[in-house]
Design a protein around this ligand. Structure first.
Ligand SMILES: [Zn+2]
Length: 462
């Protein structure tokens, strides 16, 4: 009498559904809590002015160490100079799998001469964004790495391999007091089977993730000095041997020069994969050539050079004996610097009054990290879980990072900032009003946590 009839099939379906949903909900971390925690860490990190030079990373490292130790995470600080330091934090695994390292740098580039609408070292939050120098490069990833280690501890995740957070100093100035110093002085502490670092992008196009470009190699930086000589004297009596005009002529020749391109394997795979979906990229497999009007893609296909600094007379009424420009050059990892600079010398018509010098570094060629490693496959798996329609492609970083040194030390290293970035925000890196969308930062937390579970959690293996 009364009541109502429930079909047994529906009943079974509901029970099965609950069985699927309830345990996973019970396992789910309290994301709101962890999001707040990660944002709090990032805000603190931005407030340490770690402009390099001079860097002064030590206070930040001390803060981070205190915070991690409070959670039971093992943490060591390695002082590399006065007020400069690197840090290694570790969650131990049972050793049945390789160690996974998350790397990030704590120093930032200067804000000098830039017009900021927000104070660069106060971590101001406005309209869903957190503003500050380093928000993207690289304190965002650093804070997420720290938050993930705290999560592993609080959630009591059994690990098969160690999860290591490496925080370096001095990345923006080549790593002499950072990654290079660590590799020289404490190579045993850096033992890892693979590493994740900055360098690649989860790229968003009109609010949709279009692709994850995982950097498996990167370009190499060289700085050259272009010097023009002139006749000194009083500026009230101009002569035709002016060093500044001569320098300007050489710079103009450089501006008009065309650099031939060539593709290295990860760039080839990147363009071949992206071209069918991106009208601005044309990839010709027969000629092995890429044509694109997008600057950041163009820079992946060739060696580049651009003047960044100028110097001439010390006074407005003295004719300079010399005028100098620094030419910042970014070479593909398989390019020969001798051949490249010979090409530049021909462009400027080098002679006794116009000379080009660069600091020669005899370094072995940087190896490309394989796309067959457990970490690469785990990144691909995690990307497809988060953004099923996005492409996942190997790529090459146009900037040089600590990854190059890790790869040379034998650690396959992959560049990928874990949060989605639009090209508008990405373009603010090293520029004014650097910012990170908080919602995307939180996605980055989930992504990095999920990836870490995928690669290092004992229960996920078998
Ligand atoms: Zn960076």
């Amino acid at each position: 009498m009364g009541g109502f009839y429930i079909c047994p099939a529906v009943c079974l379906a509901v029970t099965l559904l609950l069985a699927v949903i309830i345990p996973s909900q019970a396992d789910e971390p309290d994301w709101v809590d962890y999001q707040n925690l990660s944002l709090d860490i990032l805000s603190h990190l931005i407030r340490f002015d770690t402009t390099n030079p001079p860097g002064n990373e030590l206070p930040l490292m001390k803060y981070l160490s205190r915070r991690l130790k409070k959670e039971g995470v093992h943490c060591e600080i390695f002082k590399s100079d006065l007020n400069r330091a690197n840090l290694i934090a570790r969650c131990k695994g049972d050793g049945s799998q390789g160690a996974f390292m998350i790397a990030a740098h704590a120093d930032v580039v200067s804000v000098e001469g830039q017009k900021w609408n927000y104070p660069p070292f106060e971590a101001v939050i406005d309209d869903g964004y957190i503003y500050g120098r380093g928000a993207m490069d690289d304190k965002g990833m650093l804070a997420l790495g720290a938050a993930v280690l705290i999560m592993l501890k609080r959630e009591k995740i059994p690990l098969s391999g160690d999860v290591i957070l490496l925080v370096t100093a001095d990345e923006e100035a080549g790593g002499g007091k950072g990654i290079q110093w660590m590799l020289r002085r404490h190579p045993d502490k850096l033992k890892a089977d693979f590493a994740l670092n900055e360098g690649g992008r989860i790229y968003m196009n009109s609010d949709t993730v279009q692709y994850a470009g995982i950097a498996t190699n990167e370009k190499v930086t060289y700085n050259a000095r272009l010097t023009a000589s002139g006749h000194p004297g009083h500026s009230s009596v101009p002569n035709e041997y002016n060093a500044v005009y001569r320098l300007a002529g050489a710079l103009k020749a450089l501006e008009e020069a065309e650099m031939p391109g060539h593709l290295i394997p990860p760039a080839r795979e990147f363009f071949a994969g992206l071209a069918p979906f991106e009208p601005n990229i044309r990839y010709d497999p027969v000629r092995d050539e890429v044509t694109t009007s997008i600057r950041r893609y163009n820079a992946m296909t060739k060696d580049t050079f651009i003047p960044t600094m100028l110097q001439a007379s010390v006074k407005n009424n003295i004719l300079p004996e010399k005028a100098e420009a620094v030419i910042n050059c970014r070479l593909l990892p398989d390019s020969d610097p001798e051949v490249f600079f010979q090409y530049l010398r021909e462009i400027i018509n080098e002679d006794s009054i116009l000379q080009l010098d660069y600091i020669r570094r005899r370094e072995p060629q940087m190896p490309t990290s394989p796309t067959t490693s457990d970490l690469y496959l785990a990144i691909r798996e995690t990307v497809s879980r988060f953004w099923p329609n996005a492409l996942c492609l190997p790529s090459i970083s146009t900037g040089s990072t600590d990854s190059g040194k890790l790869r040379k030390a034998g650690i396959p290293t992959y560049g990928l900032l874990p949060f989605p970035l639009s090209s508008e925000d990405s373009g603010r890196m090293h520029g004014p009003d650097e910012r990170l969308k908080i919602e995307d930062y939180y996605t980055g937390l989930r992504f990095l946590y999920q990836l870490t579970i995928e690669i290092a959690a004992a229960s996920e293996k078998e």
